[in-house]
Write a protein that binds this ligand. Structure first.
Ligand SMILES: *[C@@H]1O[C@H](CO)[C@@H](O)[C@H](O)[C@H]1NC(C)=O
Ligand SMILES: *[C@@H]1O[C@H](CO)[C@@H](O)[C@H](O)[C@H]1NC(C)=O
Ligand SMILES: *[C@@H]1O[C@H](CO)[C@@H](O)[C@H](O)[C@H]1NC(C)=O
Length: 382
């Protein structure tokens, strides 16, 4: 007998229930702690008063600047949404009644793995972010112990620190920054010591009880207009996609060594779970095959000035108005940011971040892969 519509919907229901429970099993963390740079900063650098962003930042989703360097949501926002978690409050946001029960974000735009120096955009290097986390943890536990139930709604209980997921996405600014004062060979030679600092940070987190780590590798930063405009004026420096070859070469070496470090860390500390996520491949695929994924412009910036090919001028950043050669110019957004991959010359659009997040959640770009456990995640919005 052929299955009736009713039978089919029952089968479908069971099937979807099965998928949902599989998903929540894999991505079941009571809290998320995030470290990084502008790729995952939900408002720390802005809250610190170091920079400000104007409209059109935030226009696509939040409808006003949200502290993010994007027109809308970041990868971390989409990942948390998929885990059925609220957006992460930035640690430094003292207004807006922040709730840290399900986690906290320490990422700050411009941050590096290596310690900051007087010319750094952000003083909040990886090590300092971890110190902030350690302070957060001891202060939160102290408040819970002293005042009991009053703070339970706002602060994570003590067992969340071991059960939580520690997301890390940092390194892009170390590489990009190094090219301003170093040759390619010198940049490549600096990678191992940068990663030693990264490893020391991981160990500090482990010592504080962190066990579940997701480590994002760094993207093809040679494809960002900021780097193309500065280092790609000689076309022999560009690859077939118009990206600066040296920057992508450095990113690849960094990623190779970061991957090895992740595996080493996992092997040395068998009671931890280290997942390495290959953001570089996802973003490179998006830029190379943009039209296949519904985008119109792989490299050209949505919010900038100057028109094709880059629509980028380092003298006027997105949302700012300046007088250039006697003319007042404002860097405005394009008409439809969903056609663009790059938002402001340094950061991706919400549309691109959405694509990257969906790709991460296929499980095919991670080590260990979880694709076998989540085969249909992409097609069903759970
Ligand atoms: C982490 O790894 C341990 C031991 O390998 C395992 O028992 C545990 O289920 C893992 N936790 C998560 C959240 O994946
Ligand atoms: C672009 O897509 C083709 C065909 O699917 C694939 O073979 C290639 O690896 C992709 N390019 C990148 C850079 O991922
Ligand atoms: C944006 O839209 C306006 C109004 O529809 C149009 O005049 C303009 O040419 C568009 N700009 C671009 C860059 O497509």
């Amino acid at each position: 007998m052929a299955p009736t519509v009713n039978n089919l919907s029952v089968v479908l229901f069971i099937f979807i229930s099965f998928l949902s429970s599989t998903l929540s099993l894999i991505l079941k963390y009571p809290a998320i702690v995030n470290f990084g740079d502008s790729n995952s900063d939900t408002g720390n650098l802005i809250s610190a008063g170091i920079e400000s962003v104007n409209p059109p930042y935030g226009q696509t989703y939040f409808k006003l600047p949200s502290g993010r360097y994007c027109d809308g949501r970041l990868i971390v926002d989409f990942l948390l949404d998929a885990m059925d978690m609220p957006f992460l409050n930035p640690y430094l946001d003292s207004l807006g009644l922040p709730n840290f029960k399900k986690g906290c974000n320490f990422a700050a735009a411009g941050s590096t793995i290596l310690p900051a120096n007087p010319t750094s955009v952000s003083p909040f290097s990886f090590d300092l972010q971890i110190s902030q986390f350690i302070r957060f943890k001891s202060r939160a536990l102290e408040l819970l112990a002293k005042t009991g139930r009053r703070y339970e709604k706002y602060l994570p209980p003590s067992d969340y620190y071991a059960k939580g997921l520690y997301l890390i996405d940092i390194g892009q600014n170390d590489i990009a920054g190094a090219f301003y004062s170093k040759t390619l060979d010198q940049v490549l030679a600096s990678v191992p010591s940068t990663l030693e600092t990264f490893e020391a940070g991981l160990k500090r987190l482990y010592k504080e009880g962190a066990r579940n780590f997701w480590i994002h590798n760094t993207g093809p930063l040679g494809c960002l207009a900021q780097n193309i405009a500065k280092f790609g004026t000689d076309s022999t420096k560009l690859d077939e996609f118009g990206c600066v070859s040296s920057h992508n070469q450095a990113a690849k070496l960094f990623n190779l060594q970061l991957h090895a470090l992740s595996n080493k860390f996992q092997a040395q500390l068998p009671d931890s779970n280290v997942t390495y996520i290959d953001i570089f491949s996802i973003k490179s695929n998006l830029i190379a095959n943009y039209s296949q994924y519904g985008f119109e412009n792989p490299i050209m910036v949505c919010c900038g000035i100057g028109g094709a090919p880059l629509n980028y001028d380092s003298r006027i950043s997105c949302g700012q108005t300046e007088v250039l050669d006697g003319t007042t110019i404002t860097a405005k957004a394009c008409n439809d940011s969903s056609e663009y991959i790059i938002w402001d010359g340094i950061h991706y659009t919400e549309a691109a971040n959405h694509f990257v997040s969906d790709q991460i959640l296929t499980g095919k770009y991670s080590d260990p892969a979880f694709s076998d456990q989540m085969p249909f995640l992409l097609s069903i919005k759970l």
